[in-house]
Design a protein around this ligand. Structure first.
Ligand SMILES: Cc1cc2nc3c(=O)[nH]c(=O)nc-3n(C[C@H](O)[C@H](O)[C@H](O)COP(=O)(O)OP(=O)(O)OC[C@H]3O[C@@H](n4cnc5c(N)ncnc54)[C@H](O)[C@@H]3O)c2cc1C
Length: 887
């Protein structure tokens, strides 16, 4: 029977009451539930919304505390699905108040006549999947139940208030309020002694207004939060004009942006800007009073790099010190324990007396007030602004949710939520979550995310109906892959460094983990679309009269930033590099490199010439800022023996110089086709010898040098080690080979697996080989070091990348070295491509690999591990750990 033919009024008696039969049951009548109901109805499904509250509104129904407002500008925090709705409603303020947002949601409910299919005052208590009937049975607190083919939890990610963890709340004789469950009747605070516990978003919003009324207000703060001025008023004219000028374009830009608000991606990184330039950008953002602006528009590394973030956090603390005259209070209000943006910052300004719970924790609540380690506070009213059991709280409150084979969701999520796309869970067919853990949800303008989730889910239900499928379920493989991708994404941001409600750290006993998807709204949308275009990748679909379909797999195997880079390159639709000819290709690469951020500052950069076999060769030397002499690394750039020069891997050399505390000397060996094999190899060896002989003059430590190189440069580094061994020196203490060319055959699997689509293509490699080396010479160890004698070579660290045609020959070289008794470690970087480690400030996930390379070089030089940099983070990075290869 087609789903649409199940009458919405169909019901049958059960022991506890009646069971209403519908195609789709939606739980929650907030932003998400309302839009879902509208779309489901339009698509011809029978749908019912169940809502615990007495009316529509969700968040905006419950959070009526004084001062409650949105923190995304209201012109952005609105539905966009119907242009007529947009013109029918005009917001009065830049950040609308709770009553106005609630009126708006009521207006939407009326306009589309939604209330007739919403059952208010009804809480879902349990949900059970009936495998035989392929339906969910929902139990409610009213006794009535609902049977549905699909069950959509639009239960909200900030809708389950966190219960207070303080002893004695029940003993308190005064009034107790929760910001997240504020009464509908007027709360009289005038002339009272009031306590507010908590200074998160709700606390900061409510404190000034409560202070206006109360005789005395005591604020109990455990963690200071970043608070910014909102400068409320009318919607800023420039933003409103942008929207009015091209409404459809503005909305579309928001859908593909990172946070769901149309601001461009910032390109300038903090160290490219002077102090004055940074301050000017900051003052502009401070004056704008726009959360997304200040979170995204100052400099490109503000949310991904500890140092870039610290510059911004300090500018905000400076503002706090200027506003709060009492230095002790200013210090207490200044956050130091989390990066700016890693908790949702608050737009407003607290200006009240403060109890610092870090210095005097609350012991208990008594009949007359609050007792800390040091004092008793007599109060008549306590307001708990202690936040929510975010993202999973409302979902887990329906207990049990029993899926296929009697699996309970609370068991499956015992160690943290696992989902596919944040929308579905393996083992729970036909269950969908809106803004669930694993979706961008709270890290975005949720109006935009909610519309995307709802559209995706309803579109899938329509497609299933058309194809005759009755069940859909995520596969374990897809879900595990999404978990990995989530973890990869979260290493890109600083959320991993803070204990927040985003990570579940605010709820005792809750598993730790970054719950929202941190990869951005636009990338998330494109992934969801790719799942569909890939034949519902990662989903199993079944139906009574159709063959089961399961196109299993992981939707994202690349590191998230690599994916962005490759998508950007694909969008540019560049002709193959080899089609430019050698000079054209060099010009292209030079232009491409110039458009990338410059590398970080080092102590000194010196250009010079050294004596090669047939004349001078240019070099560029990078000296650390620390006192010398330093160990020396002779570096060979990449470019297929054809492209590049001593400057072309500048960001990589700077980064490695900083991390290792060593001098890097990047050599401009001569290139093909003007200088064919074995020129590059011979130049490499000659340069290394000259540098070793002139180490002291260069400010380096005399004695053995190290060699390093990327791609064809890795090839030259490997060859140099063999030549140095065979020609009597000089001594080399270690070799770092990053994605090296080691052999002249093209039949290893990585050549076909990664032939196209990962920038370095198979055909580009053919072209490089043809320009550099005639077929007769290719087995010469000076170009195919894998064919040479690999005994008695210096210890090696070999890096290979999963999505690189050269991957397998790098692995083969590491194995050959190990078999010959050379100490060797190999790092196989998951999800990375050939250029990952040299695109220093674009591919942020390359950091952990470079940290490991730097550690290896320090070991080669006999130095202790040292040199911690902020961007390493406290948790392991996404690339695998290197492993020693046993001989
Ligand atoms: C104070 C505050 C300010 C915010 N400001 C912003 C902002 O500026 N921008 C932004 O993007 N986001 C903001 N948010 C996040 C906000 O939650 C979302 O923007 C949005 O309102 C969520 O809509 P929703 O429909 O997904 O969930 P909700 O609005 O939370 O609605 C979920 C509904 O489900 C109901 N429900 C839950 N469980 C059950 C059950 N078992 N049975 C029956 N009913 C149930 C709840 O009663 C609730 O009404 C804010 C949140 C808060 C708390």
């Amino acid at each position: 029977m087609p789903e649409a033919m199940v009458a919405s009024s169909a019901s049958e008696a059960t022991s506890g009451g009646t069971t209403q039969q519908v195609d789709v049951a939606v739980v929650g009548a907030g932003f998400a539930g309302l839009y879902l109901l509208h779309r489901l109805r339009k698509a011809g499904f029978t749908a019912l919304v169940l809502e615990e509250a007495g009316d529509v509104g969700g968040t905006w129904y419950w959070n009526r505390y004084p001062g409650a407002r949105c923190d995304i500008q209201t012109i952005d925090y609105s539905y966009t699905f119907d242009p007529e709705l947009e013109s029918a409603w005009k917001w009065s303020e830049k950040y609308a108040t709770q009553p106005e947002i609630l009126r708006y949601l009521g207006f939407v409910a009326d306009r589309y006549d939604l209330r007739r299919d919403i059952r208010f005052g009804t809480r879902i208590t349990q949900a059970t999947w009936d495998q035989a009937a392929e339906r969910w049975l929902l139990t409610t607190d009213t006794g009535a139940s609902v049977s549905c083919r699909s069950y959509i939890m639009a239960t909200g990610c900030l809708s389950a208030p966190k219960p207070p963890e303080i002893d004695g709340v029940k003993d308190f004789k005064g009034e107790v309020y929760f910001t997240g469950r504020w009464p509908h009747d007027e709360v009289k605070l005038a002339g009272k002694r009031v306590a507010v516990i908590g200074t998160g978003s709700s606390g900061i919003q409510s404190i000034p207004l409560i202070a206006e009324q109360a005789a005395h207000l005591t604020v109990f703060q455990r963690t200071p939060n970043f608070a910014l001025p909102a400068h409320n008023g009318a919607a800023p004219a420039d933003r409103a004009a942008l929207l009015e000028g091209d409404r459809a374009g503005y909305r579309e830009q928001a859908r593909w942006s990172l946070a769901g608000v149309p601001w461009p991606q910032q390109m300038a990184v903090s160290w490219q800007l002077s102090d004055a330039e940074r301050r000017e950008r900051f003052e502009k953002a401070w004056a704008a009073g726009d959360l997304v602006y200040i979170l995204t528009q100052l400099w490109a590394d503000q949310a991904v790099d500890v140092d870039g973030n610290a510059l911004l956090a300090e500018l905000i603390r400076e503002k706090i010190r200027a506003i709060v005259k009492d230095p002790e209070m200013a210090a207490a209000l200044s956050p130091h324990d989390h990066p700016f943006g890693a908790k949702r910052p608050c737009l407003n300004r607290p200006n009240v007396t403060l109890v610092n719970l870090r210095q005097e924790p609350i012991r208990s609540i008594t009949a007359s007030g609050i007792k800390t380690d040091k004092r008793n506070f007599d109060v008549e009213t306590i307001v708990f602004a202690t936040g929510f059991d975010a993202m999973t709280g409302a979902i887990m409150a329906v207990h049990p949710i029993t899926g296929r084979d009697g699996k309970s969701l609370s068991d499956v999520w015992a160690h943290g939520p696992q989902t596919y796309l944040g929308l579905t869970v393996a083992g729970f067919p036909n269950l969908f979550m809106i803004t669930g853990p694993g979706s961008p949800s709270v890290l975005s303008n949720m109006a935009v995310s909610i519309e995307q989730h709802a559209d995706w889910v309803v579109d899938r239900l329509i497609a299933m109906r058309e194809a005759g499928f009755t069940t859909i379920e995520a596969s374990e493989t897809a879900q595990a892959g999404w978990g990995r991708h989530m973890a990869d994404c979260s290493t890109l941001t600083l959320h991993r460094l803070a204990n927040t409600w985003y990570t579940g750290a605010n709820v005792p006993g809750k598993a730790w983990g970054v719950m929202p998807y941190t990869g951005g709204v636009g990338p998330y949308r494109s992934i969801c679309n790719e799942v569909v275009n890939g034949g519902m990748l990662g989903f199993r679909l079944t139906g009574p009269n159709v063959a089961e379909q399961c196109n299993d797999g992981e939707i994202v195997r690349l590191q998230p930033d690599v994916r962005l880079v490759l998508n950007m390159l694909a969008d540019m639709k560049l002709p193959p590099i080899e089609s430019f000819g050698s000079q054209g290709a060099r010009d292209f690469v030079a232009q491409f490199n110039a458009s990338r951020p410059v590398g970080r500052p080092v102590g000194e950069v010196v250009d010079g010439t050294l004596q090669g076999t047939d004349g001078p060769l240019r070099y560029r030397l990078y000296r650390p800022a620390t006192p010398g002499p330093h160990p020396i690394v002779v570096y060979f750039h990449g470019g297929g023996w054809v492209l590049g020069d001593e400057q072309s891997d500048d960001p990589f050399c700077r980064d490695m110089c900083r991390r290792t505390g060593m001098i890097f000397v990047s050599v401009d060996y001569r290139h093909a086709p003007e200088h064919r094999f074995p020129t590059a190899a011979e130049d490499g060896y000659a340069a290394m010898r000259w540098i070793a002989e002139h180490a002291s003059e260069l400010g380096g430590k005399p004695g053995p040098v190290m060699v390093a190189g990327w791609s064809a440069g890795g090839n030259i580094a490997a060859v140099t080690c063999q030549l140095a061994r065979d020609r009597g020196g000089p001594q080399i203490s270690g070799q770092l080979l990053v994605c090296p060319v080691t052999d002249c055959t093209f039949d290893r699997p990585s050549y076909s697996d990664n032939a196209t689509g990962y920038f370095l293509t198979r055909s580009l490699m053919y072209w490089f080989w043809d320009l550099y080396c005639s077929p007769d010479d290719r087995t010469d160890p000076r170009v195919s070091p894998l064919r040479g004698n690999v005994e008695n070579l210096p210890p090696a660290f070999v890096v290979t990348c999963e999505f690189d045609p050269l991957r397998d020959e790098g692995v083969a070289y590491a194995q050959a070295l190990a078999a010959a008794g050379v100490p060797v470690e190999q790092l196989n970087a998951r999800g990375q491509f050939h250029s990952s480690f040299t695109m220093v400030d674009v591919v942020i996930t390359g950091v952990s690999g470079r940290v490991q390379m730097a550690e290896a070089l320090r070991r080669f030089a006999g130095l202790p591990p040292e040199r911690k940099h902020g961007d390493e983070g406290v948790r392991p990075g996404p690339t695998a750990s290197p492993h020693e290869i046993a001989a």
